[in-house]
Design a protein around this ligand. Structure first.
Ligand code: FES
Ligand code: FES
Length: 156
């Protein structure tokens, strides 16, 4: 076992993990952060996307020990003061989900996309989300939600 110290959603955690433990399994099974989900385990679907030091990563593709000393934000950590994050709100308003399985990862990736490029074109939004698969929505309303948040930011 290896001792790791990871700050997750603003809270510091010290835990002993197997060196082979994946970050997503650490989040879900040790910390109970089940808002982050596993869709494939082969780094294809993006459902497990979280932020590691502010950048999106597929947490099934990162070892828990690699997060030692770092900061992780999950879908459970982005709402503030009882208010949804603007990206969560936009997904809700634009009906950007059906079963919702891809949604946590999609939202975390979309936030990272706008951090990189606050004013993306539709094509850039689609390209930025290409690592996140959705089997339900056809992507149209997801792209609309991300564009809505970009528009709000642009108007600030
Ligand atoms: S579960 Fe990580 S990419 Fe699919
Ligand atoms: S809403 Fe069902 S997979 Fe995206």
């Amino acid at each position: 076992m290896t001792r790791i110290t990871v700050t997750v959603d603003g809270q510091k955690n010290v835990d002993d993990v197997e060196p082979r433990t994946l970050l997503v399994h650490y989040l879900r099974e040790t910390l109970g952060k089940v808002g982050t989900v596993v869709g494939c385990d082969t780094s294809n679907c993006g459902a497990c996307t979280v932020h590691l030091d502010g950048r999106s990563v597929k947490s099934c593709n990162v070892l828990a020990v690699q997060a030692d000393g770092h900061e992780v934000t999950t879908i459970e950590g982005i709402a503030a003061n009882g208010e949804l994050h603007p990206m969560q709100q936009a997904f809700h308003e634009c009906h950007a989900l059906q079963c919702g399985y891809c949604t946590p990862g999609m939202i975390m990736q979309a936030i990272d996309l706008l951090n990189d490029n606050p004013n993306p074109s539709e094509a850039e939004i689609r390209a930025g989300l290409e690592g996140n698969l959705c089997r339900c929505t056809g992507y149209h309303n997801i792209v609309k939600a991300v564009a809505q948040v970009a528009g709000q930011k642009g108007g600030e």
